[in-house]
Design a protein. Sequence first.
Length: 503
Amino acid sequence: MNKQIDISLVVPPARASSLRPPIGLMHIASCLREKNLNPSIIDIKSRESKSIVLSKILDRIKKEHPKMVGISCMSSDYSDTIKLAKGVKNLSKKTTVIVGGIHATLFPNHFFNKENIVDYVVMGEGENSCPELVKSLIEGSSFDKIPGVGFINKDGEIVTKPAHSIKDLNNLPFLAYDLVDMDFYTEVNEWIIRGIPISGFYLFTSRSCPFDCSFCANKYLFGRGQRFRNPKRVVDEISYLLEKYKIDGLYFYDDTFTTNKDHVFEICNEIKKRRLHFVWGCETRANLLNEKLLREMKSAGCLQIDFGVETASKELLNKINKGVTVDSVRKAYRLCDKLGIRKLSNYLFNLPGETEIDVKQTIALAKELNSDINVFNCMTLYPGTDMFNEYCGSVAMNDIEQFANYDSFDSFLNLIEKKYKLASHNIKLQYLFNDRLKGFPMRKNFHIKNIVNKEYFLRFLRLFSFVFNASYIMQLVLSKKKERYIKWLFYLIFARSKKINYG
C-alpha cells in the first residue's frame, strides 16, 4: 500500500505552459524527503486555459488526498493562488494550505483574511522552514518558533517570524528530479541557453547577489550575502544529470556566476578533471571578467554569457545602482569575441527619467556591441523592488498579473504606457519596440522581407553563430538525443505558431 502524500507542492496554473522547471519546489521536495516526509509535485504542463489547468490541478489533489498543499506564489500568481487555495478548501476544509515564494515573502499579510483559506505562509528560503513546519503539524508539536513561518494565532493576530538564510548550501540534497517530467524539461529547446537549441537543464552554484540593482527583488528572497556550493558538490550533480538524463547542456542560473573567480576556476577544473562533455551558459557582470577566467570557462565548455547592459546612459546606470560602466562592457565583449564566446545583451527601456537621447544612445550601443542576441525589455515595476518603492508605491494586483501573463506584447506596452511609464520622453513604447528596434532580429519582427536589409541580415546570421562553434558541433556528435534535435528542427520549420511561455 502506498504511503499517503504528506504534502502536494503545486505549481500555479499560469506556469502550465512554461519551459522553466519548478526548481524551488524541487529543492523543497528533496528537503522534505530528508525529514522522512512524502511529498509530491503537481506540475501540469498544458497550453489550455488557466481555468482548465486549475481543474486538472484540483483533480490531482483530490486523487492524491494529501494532508497538506503547498503553493508557490509570485506576485503575478496571486489571484490564481487564492483561487487554488479556495478550491483546495472546497475539496476538504481539513487540508492545510501553505503558501511560499516571493509574494508570500514580501506580503505575508495578503494571504490571511476572514475566509481562512490559507493556513500558513513560508517566507524566504523554504528548504529548512517548510519541512520543519510540515513535520511539526503532522506530529502536533510547536511550530511558532520556526523562522520564516507566518500564521494567525489564537488571538486572531498575524504572526510572522523573520526568515533565516541557509548558511551552508552543501547541506542541501540534490533536487527531487523524479517528481517532475524531466523528459519534458530536457527536451531540445533554445531557452535553456537562450538562442541555442540544446537538451539541457538548470543548476545553481551559488545563491543571492552582493550587488544592489534597484529593479531586482531577489535580495529579499535569498538575502544579501552570496553563498557558494562546494565545486566538487556542484560537479557531482552535473555528473548525475549527464548520466541520468543524457543532457548536452546546462545553464548556471546564479544571479552572478563569476563573483568569486576562484570558485569558477575550481568548477571548471573539476569539469575538465572528470572529462565531462557538455556546453553551458551563465549570467554575470562585465566588470567581473578577465581573459584568464574566460579562457578557463571556454575550455570547460562555456558557450554563451548573458549580460545586463541595460542602457548606454551613465546617469541611468547610476540611478538603477547597476555598478557597471559601458567601458567595462566594451572590454568584456572584446574578450568574448577574441575567445569565441557568444554574448547575449539585455537592455532596459522606460527607465526613470529616460530621455530620447538616452534611447538613441542605447540603440547605438547595441549596434556597436553587435551581440549574438539582443533582448530588449521594458522596465516594469514589480513589488518588492527598490524602484517600485521609490517611483510607484502601489500597483493594482490585476495589473501585476498582466505584466507576466499578457495576451500580447503590444497590450503589455499599452498598459505600461497608460499607467506606469517612467521615461521622460514622449516616444510611444509600442512605436519604440516595434519600429525603432526593427533593425534587430527578434521573433516578433521576423519576416522574410527584412532579410533584404543588409544590417538586419548580418545580425540575423549572428543568431546562428553557434552552428560554427566547435564545442557545440562536437556536443551534437556525441549526443544521445540526435533524433530530438531533428524533431526540434521539424517543429521550428512547420509548427512555430504554437504558443509556449518561456518564463
